[in-house]
Design a protein around this ligand. Structure first.
Ligand code: SF4
Ligand code: SF4
Length: 389
């Protein structure tokens, strides 16, 4: 019997309201949202059920609900909601809450969720790199001669910092995802067996969805969001690939930096940076100019977007200034770029950046547990027949 007790969490309702779900009380359960959502399945529609769960403060159900992560916040449902309850934003707010809930250590989740901790979070890498510069005597004057960033902040100092941070972040992310998976298992299977799809096949299907954005593409009212997200995603992947190649190039093949502009790795880096800036520009435009379609933006949204944008801009700027020969400007631009990269990596499990891994886990789980069936194209016919009971 104890399993059937519904526990309402009032603080959870307040938190979801603060994190972007301020309109959730307006919902009167008409189900229009579940009908218009092209990602929602007939067997297990969303986001209507999430709206009532959020109104009731059913925190456990929502935090273990893979459907929360199958939503790409395209806004189709918010546009059609007759009550202005903005279900797309409520789903986003629940995801924002999840970053904090599954965070390890917990205080980091709290820190990333509030603007008042931002100066402290930024100060950590700034102070760290300033100490290294002071130790090397590069604080008062930058190295003379050719502009080579390794003379300013040598790999010997920077790489161990990033390797250590990456290992800690990987461990923290694994703990968060394990908690999430266990929670989904506890609340969704309840003694039942997994579905018929193997875990490997589930991973392959999830990877296909993430890499092709094939579900995101179905978004209608705000499809510019799909374009921006896709460009940012591939820009980031290109830069990640470049970082990995350069790292192994340095330590295994004795690669010398800086790379020539005609080097294929350099070309890929520049394409990645331009893509990142272009995609972020689309995202910022969408959030600022098309508010009626994209909905309101909140701290979590802006923090991640601005950091990503600033990384793209400072990366490109650093290269341009280096090529123009202004040593001081090039070195300090590199410093800012490095601080931002540290911010992105070190705080990955607690920022909106973590949606990448939580969404992937939720899609894999939904497939593996047999909770997600192939979604049919939404047509006027399916809108009429969709089971929203
Ligand atoms: S369309 Fe709006 S009012 Fe209707 S169920 Fe969805 S959120 Fe609630
Ligand atoms: S925001 Fe888009 S994907 Fe999310 S529930 Fe609404 S219609 Fe579906």
């Amino acid at each position: 019997m104890a399993d059937n007790v519904i526990e309402s969490d009032i603080d959870f309702i307040k938190d979801v309201t603060r994190l972007g779900g301020s309109s959730l009380k307006k919902c009167y359960q008409c189900a229009t949202c579940s009908v218009v959502c092209s990602l929602s399945s007939d067997e297990k529609p969303f986001p209507r059920k999430e709206m009532i769960w959020a109104q009731w403060g059913l925190k456990d159900r929502l935090l273990s609900d893979p459907d929360v992560w199958r939503c790409y916040q395209c806004g189709d449902c918010s546009v059609y909601c007759p009550r202005g309850a903005k279900p797309g934003e409520v789903m986003g707010a629940i995801r924002n809450y999840s970053f904090r809930h599954y965070a390890f250590p917990g205080f980091m989740g709290k820190a990333l969720g509030s603007a008042k901790y931002l100066p402290l979070l930024l100060a950590a890498p700034v102070i760290l790199f300033l100490i290294i510069l002071a130790h090397l005597g590069n604080l008062s004057s930058v190295p003379a001669g050719d502009i080579v960033f390794a003379k300013f902040l040598p790999h010997l100092y920077v790489d161990p910092i990033f390797i250590t941070v990456s290992v800690l972040v990987a461990a923290a992310t694994a703990i968060g995802i394990t908690r999430f998976w266990k929670n989904m298992n506890k609340n969704n299977l309840q003694g039942k067996q997994y579905g018929k799809t193997s875990i490997v096949n589930s991973i392959v299907l999830a990877a296909e969805e993430v890499l092709t954005h094939n579900k995101f593409k179905k978004c209608d009212a705000n499809n510019i969001r799909y374009s921006g997200h896709l460009i940012v995603f591939y820009g980031f992947l290109a830069l990640f690939a470049v970082t990995t190649i350069v790292f192994f190039g340095l330590y295994v093949f004795g690669l010398e930096l800086p790379l020539k502009l005609t080097n294929p790795v350099k070309i890929l880096a520049n394409i990645g940076a331009v893509a990142l800036i272009t995609g972020c520009t689309i995202a910022v435009y969408n959030r600022l100019v098309r508010k009626d379609k994209s909905g309101e933006s909140y701290y979590y949204d802006w923090l991640f977007l601005i950091v990503l944008y600033a990384i793209g801009i400072t990366g490109l700027l650093t290269e341009l200034v280096r090529l123009s020969g202004y040593a001081s400007a090039a070195y300090w631009s590199y410093f800012v770029h490095l601080v931002l990269v540290f911010f992105l990596i070190a705080y990955f499990p607690y920022s909106k950046f973590a949606h990448l891994i939580y969404r992937f886990a939720a899609i894999v789980y939904a497939r593996y547990a047999g909770l997600s069936e192939p979604v049919a194209e939404t047509t006027s016919e399916t809108i009429e027949t969709k089971n929203v009971a």
